[in-house]
Write a protein that binds this ligand. Sequence first.
Ligand code: XMP
Ligand code: MG
Length: 185
Amino acid sequence: MTNESQMANTFEKCSVEVLLSGEAIQRRISDIAAEISKDFKDKDALIIAVLKGSFVFCADLIRKLNLNIAVDFISLSSYSGTSPDGRVNVIAGLKETPEGRDVIIVEDIVDTGHTLDFLLKELSLKKPKSISTCVLLDKKCARVKQVPVEYVCFEVGSEFVVGYGLDYNGFYRGLPYIGILKDND
Ligand code: XMP
Ligand code: MG
């Protein structure tokens, strides 16, 4: 199947019900950014955004921070379609050095917790001064691995969500809101 026919197929089969509007997301990010700016004042903060899902959230978050921060990206893969396969792979690693720095992981969504658990273990080996986590969405009800999350924008239910950076098989990332993916069948 070509990419175009796959896209047509996905859009015909599914619809998206708005869960969090773009305005609500921006308001909440402003609050979280103010909190982080206060907590990390005078610290050597390094933001590590987890690709690809968090790139939209991270871009909005850093522009609301009143901090001099460095930003790096790590590309992890743990999902295929809507079901977790449990394994986490590093697809592209860091350029910055976390050692001795106050790291803030920026993640789109914590679901089972496998991805964050893996990343926290990987990063602690690099001897940062501290590690905190900031997530846009917390799917608490699906947690398998207990992971610490200091900053949560929104708690969500068990439904698969898309938009604002989050995808289904590569699609829907560009939606300005978060929505629940519904199968029309
Ligand atoms: P885990 O289960 O390891 O999942 O906490 C974390 C990663 O899985 C992706 N994920 C989702 N992506 N809608 C998405 O578009 C969802 O509802 C969803 N749940 C998990 C996401 O990449 C996250 O970083
Ligand atoms: Mg992610």
